[in-house]
Design a protein around this ligand. Structure first.
Ligand SMILES: Nc1ncnc2c1ncn2[C@@H]1O[C@H](COP(=O)(O)OP(=O)(O)OP(=O)(O)O)[C@@H](O)[C@H]1O
Length: 632
């Protein structure tokens, strides 16, 4: 059908928009192939040479190092394309359908799982073109029954094994499962935790324990002892800020180990250093999600500094971005969680926990070989914020501003992909407009075909999202049509003359032995540095322990004294109480006696003595006893 409708060389081709469904179908299997494939890289290179200093925000103090040898620890920074292959490559575009109740019948997956056929059965689109049956081709389509393990094995696993520079992005409408695909949940680990586990298992025996090499402003730099120590301190500070995920990590690891059998590499002549960074692009501003907060500021309250994306001679980097040295997948995951806590989420009408920013988590792997060659491979995991309808969803205020920024940057991404896929057709190719948004500036290496690009498109197969899904699918089909004829650079290579001074050594007799000794010396120096650092840490821990012990001893003494004092006081109180009871009792007795006396007195007063006497006399007279007075 397309063969007839699309002329091979259209006289005036309409600029395609990823926002509009393409007419009539976009399945590239049925479309005519251009006779000549584009040499995208060459054209871009040319345009970039002209404009490498044009960025509005590229005031960089970065100096691109030439390929000549540096003597002071610098690199001969010849980014090499030695691993180039001259085959045509393009982005891999996968489709993942989210499991939903009452899935729409408008989406049908072809038997070979490569083509999605859409046709509007219900009246969920106003656009007649959208009602037509359309075919969208993908590298692979994962229906809602496909789990996280298979997604990883198809989309990411092979790329980790190939040790290339890869950008993996998730794209889709809000709530369709982009973040779920990348991160997963407590039990269903996503792509990133699996990739980290894969990387650290693969390089298990090669992981270098001290940060001696670092990617600074796009170049691999050898760190002197003090700089290396500083990196260790930064790393410790950040890890201290991270949430404790040990239980969660153990659960995830168990799941991942059950799902995959990652293999370890054994290369005794290579050391591997792993660094991670995490940024978000929120309202067209770039924020570092792994920045150390200024002192006394709590998490969440830190004043966020907007960072600049800098480009220079094909290298893209974020000026001042934190890159953290990690020794295990757990540490990397801890930092990922920390960044996640700091990134911008909000509740929207379609997702209670919607990402309001584009997040890019990068894992840089630096490999130092005994030969003096250092290579770098990077994995960028990019969680794009969901495209949203803003017109009739009642979105207002900050959410509206966010949604507009998200949609604009996604539109620029669509334009870049469109430019990349059409540039082959025009003699004077359009420059890919990657400078029109922060997102595309950051991802330019992938957009220009210098790094591999894998896109996982997520779709919620419900009737109500039909039109939005068509936009997403059109976007995906544009990406799927890109062909990079120019080879993808698999790894950036750097030779470290200042580090090892191999060139000097090789001219001596027995140079190999000296080389080995020299290398051993560097290794030992690093170990000493590591031990020093661990010693400082141990001292700190010891001091802390001692303080705790002293505190508990003194607390015990204080408690004992208090108890003793209370006992004494109790005794004294008892004695005083007894004394006072005794006093009261004796006083009472005295008063009672006095009362008795007084009563007697009263009695006496009531019955005076005279009466008594007369009565006595009367009694006497009556008495039969006669008193004889002897004296008389
Ligand atoms: N394949 C899936 N299987 C199970 N649950 C899923 C799947 N995809 C998405 N979900 C669930 O759907 C919800 C929304 O997913 P998620 O947050 O990943 O969407 P999103 O595309 O990142 O959205 P936003 O762009 O708004 O951030 C989550 O609760 C997630 O667990």
């Amino acid at each position: 059908m397309e063969d007839k409708e699309v002329p091979e060389v259209p006289p005036q081709r309409e600029t395609r928009s990823f926002l509009m469904a393409r007419e009539p179908s976009v399945d590239r299997r049925f479309r005519p192939r251009p006779n000549k494939k584009m040499r995208l890289f060459a054209q871009i290179q040319e345009s970039e040479e002209e404009s490498s200093s044009e960025y509005s925000d590229t005031e960089s103090d970065y100096k691109y190092q030439s390929s000549e040898a540096h003597t002071d620890g610098g690199a001969s920074c010849a980014t090499s394309a030695a691993d180039n292959s001259s085959v045509e490559t393009g982005p891999q575009v996968f489709l993942r359908l989210r499991p939903v109740k009452d899935a729409s019948k408008a989406y049908v997956v072809s038997e070979d799982s490569n083509v999605l056929i859409t046709s509007c059965k219900v009246d969920s689109t106003s656009n007649n073109v959208n009602r037509m049956e359309k075919h969208f081709g993908f590298t692979t389509i994962f229906d809602s029954t496909v789990g996280q393990r298979d997604i990883y094995d198809s989309c990411v696993g092979p790329k980790i094994l190939e040790e290339e520079c890869v950008t993996i992005m998730t794209y889709g409408t809000s709530g369709s499962g982009k973040t779920y695909t990348l991160l997963g949940d407590d039990v269903r680990a996503g792509i990133i935790p699996r990739a980290l586990e894969n990387i650290f298992t693969m390089y298990k025996d090669m992981i270098f324990r001290a940060p001696k090499l670092k990617l600074i402003n796009g170049c691999i730099v050898f760190l002197q002892d003090d700089a290396s120590l500083k990196e260790m301190q930064i790393r410790k500070k950040l890890l201290d800020l991270c949430p404790d995920i040990s239980a969660h990590y153990q659960r995830l690891k168990q799941v991942i180990d059950g799902d995959h059998a990652f293999e370890s590499k054994s290369a005794t002549d290579t050391s591997v250093l792993v660094w991670v960074s995490f940024v978000e692009i929120y309202n067209e501003l770039v924020y570092d999600l792994l920045a150390i907060p200024p002192k006394q500021d709590k998490l969440g309250e830190l004043p966020r500094k907007n960072l600049k994306i800098v480009g220079n001679k094909g290298q893209v980097f974020i000026k001042g971005m934190s890159s953290v040295f990690v020794k295990s997948s757990e540490e990397a995951l801890q930092l990922l969680r920390l960044g996640q806590q700091r990134s911008t989420y909000a509740s929207t009408s379609v997702n209670a926990n919607s990402s309001r920013s584009h997040c890019v988590f990068t894992v840089d792997i630096l490999k130092y070989n005994r030969s003096g060659m250092t290579t770098q491979s990077s994995y960028k995991f990019c969680d794009l914020a969901g495209s949203e309808r803003v017109n009739n969803t009642g979105t207002t205020g900050l959410r509206l501003k966010e949604a507009k920024n998200i949609n604009t940057s996604l539109m620029v991404l669509g334009r870049c992909l469109n430019a990349a896929s059409t540039v082959q057709k025009k003699k004077n190719a359009d420059i890919i407009p990657y400078r029109d948004s922060k997102l595309t500036m950051l991802l330019q290496a992938a957009l220009l075909g210098r790094e591999k690009l894998a896109m996982i498109v997520t779709v919620t197969p419900l009737d109500k999202y039909y039109e939005e899904n068509l936009n997403v699918l059109n976007f995906a089909s544009i990406a799927k049509n890109i062909i990079f004829k120019e080879p993808v650079i698999k790894q950036h290579r750097v030779s470290y003359c200042g580090f090892m001074e191999f060139s000097k050594m090789s001219s001596f007799e027995g140079g190999d032995y000296v080389k080995e000794l020299e290398e051993e010396n560097v290794r030992l120096q690093c170990e000493v540095e590591q031990l020093k650092y661990e010693h400082v840490l141990q001292m700190q821990l010891l001091e802390e322990k001692l303080r705790r012990e002293l505190t508990s001893t003194y607390q015990e003494i204080i408690e004992n004294n208090k108890k003793q004092y209370e006992d004494e006081c109790g005794k004294k109180l008892l004695i005083a109480q007894r004394e006072s009871d005794f006093m009261i009792a004796s006083q009472k007795r005295r008063y009672e006696e006095q009362i008795e006396d007084l009563k007697d007195e009263i009695e006496e007063l009531k019955n005076p003595r005279s009466d008594t006497d007369s009565s006595d006399d009367a009694n006497d007279s009556k008495s039969p006893i006669e008193i004889i007075d002897d004296d008389e």
